[in-house]
Write a protein that binds this ligand. Structure first.
Ligand code: SAH
Length: 209
């Protein structure tokens, strides 16, 4: 998988090394495991998808992760992107609005002996108690740059967020000072939408975790 990615774009080798070290097949259901290392998005629970490896590599590359960075991820999904960030030495905090995915990602992390901090909530709110973050990565398509997240970026920090409705433009927001940001764009992608509020109709909705 990683050799294939290397041929497509000059990704940061640290990103590719992290991707080579995470068993992607353990993040998807058994029936899809044979497809786990092809460059395809895969279906996960709650009608969501895990991004194709190229997209994960690109978001991670654009994020310019440094060891010990405090990172906020919006859209835990199956936890694969979070695992890549952990392997790069970051402290990862990840928010998911679907309880089923929030629970499953933690089980996968436990099984792999990996550590991150997970929250079941609405990513539009960010995580004000833990802000500021050095890096923020949004793994669902936001209709516009989420302003509360920009405010939770440290000065000097960077956010990678796909912006748009039907298709999204990969957008990097660098916070240059308290009141100044620089925005650059990096091609078009297709993500599941970033939705408002937590999903409360999930199958586990009435149970406590
Ligand atoms: N990073 C994930 C990709 C999951 S797909 C992975 O590696 O598997 C995007 C996820 O964003 C979905 O699970 C979806 O439920 C979640 N999502 C959408 N809107 C959200 C919001 N407002 N807050 C938190 N998560 C959200």
């Amino acid at each position: 998988m990683v050799d294939g990615l290397r041929g497509l774009y000059p990704f940061d080798e640290r990103v590719l090394a992290a991707m080579a070290s995470v068993p992607r097949h353990l993040f998807v259901e058994t029936a899809l495991a044979p497809l786990a290392y092809s460059n395809k998005p895969l279906r996960i629970a709650a009608n969501q998808t895990i991004s194709q490896p190229y997209t994960v590599a690109m978001q991670t590359h654009l994020l310019q992760v440094r060891k010990w960075d405090k990172i906020l991820e919006i859209g835990t999904g199956c936890g694969y992107q979070a695992a890549i960030l952990v392997k790069m030495g970051a402290q990862v905090h990840s928010i998911e609005r679907q309880k089923e995915l929030y629970v499953q990602a933690q089980k996968t992390f436990l099984a792999l002996g990996m550590d991150a901090i997970f929250s079941y909530g609405d990513g539009y709110e960010g995580w004000p108690l833990l802000a500021p973050f050095d890096r923020i990565v949004v793994t669902c398509g936001a209709p516009a740059i989420p302003q509360k997240l920009v405010l939770q970026l440290a000065v000097g920090g960077r956010m990678v967020v796909p912006v748009g409705n039907d298709t999204q433009t990969m957008t990097v927001v660098e916070r240059l000072s308290d009141d100044q940001c620089q925005i650059t764009t990096h091609g078009n992608y297709r993500f599941v939408p970033m939705l408002e509020g937590k999903e409360t109709n999930a199958p586990f909705g009435d149970q406590r975790f």
